[in-house]
Design a protein around this ligand. Sequence first.
Ligand SMILES: Nc1ncnc2c1ncn2[C@@H]1O[C@H](COP(=O)(O)OP(=O)(O)OP(=O)(O)O)[C@@H](O)[C@H]1O
Ligand SMILES: [Mg+2]
Length: 276
Amino acid sequence: MPGAWILAAVLLGAAGAALGFWFARRRQRNLESLRSRLVAVTQSSRQTGDNIAHDLRTPLTRLHADVETTLRSEDNEAHRATLERVLTEIHGMQNIISALLTLGQAEAGGMPVKKRVVDISVLLEEILELYGPSAEERQLRLQGRIAPQIQVEADRQLLARIFSNLLDNALKYVPANGLVVLSATTKGGEVVITVEDDGPGIPVEMRDKIFERFTRLDSSRTLSGGAGGSGLGLSLVKAFARLLQGDVRAEESRLGGAAFIVTLPAATAGSSRPAP
Ligand SMILES: Nc1ncnc2c1ncn2[C@@H]1O[C@H](COP(=O)(O)OP(=O)(O)OP(=O)(O)O)[C@@H](O)[C@H]1O
Ligand SMILES: [Mg+2]
C-alpha cells in the first residue's frame, strides 16, 4: 500500500508544518505583547521621572529666589522667616521622596506585611473619632455607617493608612457644609468599605487615572488654600490595598460626589489569631 503511506507522510508533513506555523505565530504574539508591555513600563517610568523633576523643581526655584533675596538683607527677622519657609519646603520634598520610596517598596512586594485578624469595624470607628475634630473645623458632617464585628485578615497599620488617606482627601476636597460618609459591610466573602461624599466628585474619564502617581485634578478645585497635595496619596492607597489582596476603585457616590470603594477578603475560620 505505498499510496496510503505516501498520503500518511503528506498529512503528517502538513500537520507538522501547521503546528510549526502555529508555534511561530504564538511566539511572535508573545514577543509583541512583551514588547508593548516594555514600552508601556518605559513610558510610565519616564513620565514618573518627569513628574518628580517637575514637582521638585517648583519648590527648589522658590527656595532659591527666597534665599537669594534674604541674603541681601541684614534684617535678622527676615532671615528667621526665610529659614522657616525653607524648613517647610524641605519637609514637603521629604514627604514626596518618602511616599515614592514607600510606593516603590509596596509595588515590588518588598514591604513587610504583618497580617492578623483585625476587627475592622472597631478600627474604622476609631479613625472616625480621630477625624471628628478636623471635620468640625472644616464645617463638614462626618458620619459612620459601619456594620459591627467585621473581621479581616490584614495589617492594621496599612489599613489605617488606607482610610486616613481617603478621609484626608474627603476633608480636603469637599467644600464646607458638605457630607462625608464612611461605611462598611460584608458581601459574600468580601468586606466592602466606602468613603463617599457630596463634593465635586471625580470625572468618569479620570476614575482609573486618579490612582497613578502625581495625578491631580484641576488645581482650581483644590479647596485647601490653593497648594493642594502631591498626587501620591491614592497611589499609596491602591498599592496598600493590593498588598492586602484587596483593591480600590473610584465611582460616583449616591451622595453626588466621589465614592472610593475598598474591597478586602473577609477573615475565614482558618485565619491567624486576632491582634492583641
Ligand atoms: N474625595 C475627593 N473629591 C474630589 N476630588 C478628589 C477626592 N479625592 C481625591 N481627589 C482628587 O484626586 C487627586 C489625587 O488625590 P491624591 O490623594 O492621590 O493626591 P493629593 O491629595 O493631591 O496629594 P497627597 O499626595 O497629599 O495625597 C487630588 O489632587 C484631587 O484632585
Ligand atoms: Mg490625598
